[in-house]
Ligand binder design. Sequence first.
Ligand SMILES: [Fe+2]
Ligand SMILES: [Fe+2]
Length: 438
Amino acid sequence: MRPLAKAFVYYKNLTLLVGLAIFVWAVAHMGQELPHLPELALFFLIILVGELLPVTIPGSNIDVTVTIPAIMSLFLSHGSPAALTVAPLSIIVGVMIVHRKQNFRWLVDMSSYNTAMCTIPIGVASWVYYFVGGHTIEASPDVAVASMFIPLFIAIIASTVANAIIFTTGLSLNSGDPWRLSFFQSLRWFAPNFIVTAPSGILFAMLYKQFGFYGVLMMIVPFIVGRQALNMYSEQMAAYMETVTTLGSYMQHYHAYTKGHLERVASMSDKIAKQMGLPYQSLMFIREAGLLHDIGKVGVSEEILDNTGKLSDDDWNTIRQHPARGAEILAQMKHFERIVPWVRGHHERPDGKGYPDGLSANDLSIEAAVIAVADSFDAMVGGPDEETQRVYRVPKTKGQGIDELRYGSGTQFDPRVVKAFMQVMDREEIENGRQHTS
Ligand SMILES: [Fe+2]
Ligand SMILES: [Fe+2]
């Protein structure tokens, strides 16, 4: 077992233990809540409905549910023992229903995992809420709803961050992805859910205070609105991903080489950028830029692209226009604003001898330099089989490709990128259990 994977198992078990300990504490303190069983049962059902109607974020396997506002409301009205008992039970039942076909062992694992992922953030939120002077309606029936705003807001932030930290640490121990990157990514996914939480939590507090038991029923309305909002966000992301994939694969129908090339450049650019620890905004778009870097070739005829003989000056000029053409195409779409200079710059060189603008190292974006290295390496080495090699050249071996990059470091390629590329290759070699032969 990899040392990283071992650390992940320890981490996971520790998290489960803490989560279960909180749950046991909550059950032990449920005594005074027993007269409110009917209301708690209703909360149980609302949380369960939220769990059974999740929204999957496209391009990821993360499900967002509108369960959190319900839990928050439960906490505000009945205090932390009730929230920390009812919420995990409801979520466990939800997991059992959704995954009823899984085997028993899996269901037990999943249930304890979900209990921990639920009790720790709620535990943090409620502790912070009390700590900053917040009151629940159950403990102080006369509490002014307005006085709940600030403590609730602080508690939500604390809980969001706690959630992201727990999730990110597990993720980066498991996959080896840089912690900082995963943290911001997780925050980005968790944040919309928590933004829905604050207003719904407060709204419920008001309804509960005013109408008691019936107020609980009325909170179904903000649930539906919240779910609708999440669905819209999710659909927008799906449309965006679809545009990228369609554009990127436009040329792939014709060209087996191009198909693999675009995918490999996208994936390698992503790895290099992560290795370099580029800013979050760059990491978000570098894969798309890799997929689209040669989109400008749609205007270049296949005879020129596949020419195995010597190219005329005219043909060569046409090919050299593809980065600028690609940038023009992408500039038409607001979504791709950020990657326009990256695509335009993917054949530039630090020594100023690149095209189309002959930019020098200082004017060249680091993302363009990343794509340039991934692109050149793939152009030299190609894919794993003959179909995905370039038609007009005998492919180089991996080792030869690496040597070329080393040789061009500082003139043709940005040295920082070449260095990161080597690190990625080394890591992959280690992971594959082989030594590279360069
Ligand atoms: Fe290109
Ligand atoms: Fe390319």
